[in-house]
Design a protein around this ligand. Structure first.
Ligand SMILES: NC(=O)c1ccc[n+]([C@@H]2O[C@H](COP(=O)([O-])OP(=O)(O)OC[C@H]3O[C@@H](n4cnc5c(N)ncnc54)[C@H](O)[C@@H]3O)[C@@H](O)[C@H]2O)c1
Length: 256
């Protein structure tokens, strides 16, 4: 897909990976609808894009609401003429207290934000893509899609769900000219890392994962996202870096 002149919608674009992805799509010549529940952060991302000479607009969206998701897609079409790329990226960790002491309402939010919004967002985007003759969805999954995160089992479950949803949508490339792909970041330095603990510091599991994983930057993840939107095949999923052998072994074993 040619990104110059295309329109990309990025959820969770006020921070971290979503912000880097929004900036990368804009740098590739796409107009970007920055969607986030956090207004000041989202507006800042749109301003950063405009400062660099790109085209962007911000819309406040709670991805838990299908009405908000529809409004978001409508806004992209109205403002920029259509929707070519949807990056389903908004996601949360529950943080402390960790499983099984997690607040049930927070778990419900996590399942809805991390998984339901990806499924429903993709579904809602179909007619918008069809009006453009096709499109690309990139979903932010995680290495936790394939490695159980024992302190946040619902996080792993939702990310495994995102991966399987992506793989299951592979055939949409043939039937609808819609390529659904996923990126599986490892440990990425974003505000989410402190949210894994008490909000001011990471949970202990981050320290336990560090020896096995190289830290990734949001920009590295964004490069993969943009390439998947451009060239990814339906159902394709990619890690960001080479996966170290001890982790490959864990994945093969399928157990923590
Ligand atoms: N940081 C990592 O190490 C890492 C690793 C693998 C996957 N991921 C995934 O990457 C994605 C982005 O995470 P990040 O690290 O950039 O986190 P982040 O906390 O920096 O950014 C997440 C953004 O999503 C927004 N958001 C949260 N709930 C929302 C809602 N209901 N509606 C709209 N927006 C909402 C937040 O306001 C925030 O701007 C998530 O799906 C996360 O699970 C992160």
């Amino acid at each position: 897909m040619e990104l110059a002149g295309a329109t990309a919608v990025v959820t969770g674009a006020g921070s971290g990976i979503g912000r880097a992805s929004a900036l990368a799509f804009a740098a590739a010549g796409a107009s970007v609808l920055v969607a986030d529940i956090a207004e000041a952060d989202g507006q800042e991302t749109a301003q950063l894009i405009e400062k660099d000479g790109g085209k962007a607009a911000f819309t406040r969206v709670d991805v838990m609401s299908s009405d908000d998701l529809t409004r978001m897609l409508d806004e992209a079409e109205k403002t920029f003429g259509g929707v070519d790329v949807l990056h389903n990226n908004a996601g949360i960790v529950c943080g402390e207290p960790l499983w099984p002491d997690t607040d049930p309402a927070t778990l419900m939010r996590q399942v809805t934000i991390n998984l339901a919004s990806v499924v429903v967002g993709t579904r809602l985007a179909v007619p918008y893509f069809e009006r453009r003759g096709g499109g690309a969805v990139v979903n932010t999954a995680s290495m936790a899609s394939v490695l159980p995160l024992v302190d946040e089992p619902a996080y792993s479950a939702t990310k495994a769900g995102v991966l399987m949803f992506t793989r299951t949508c592979a055939g949409m490339e043939g039937t609808h000219r819609i390529r659904v792909t996923a990126v599986l970041p490892g440990l990425v330095r974003t505000p989410l890392i402190d949210k894994s603990g008490d909000g001011t510091r990471p949970a202990a599991w981050v320290g336990m994962a560090e020896p096995f994983m190289k830290w990734q930057t949001p920009e590295q993840v964004a490069d993969v996202v943009v390439d998947l939107a451009r060239n990814g095949e339906g159902g394709e999923w990619r890690f960001v870096d080479d996966v170290p052998e001890p982790l490959r072994e864990l994945m093969r074993a399928g157990m923590p």
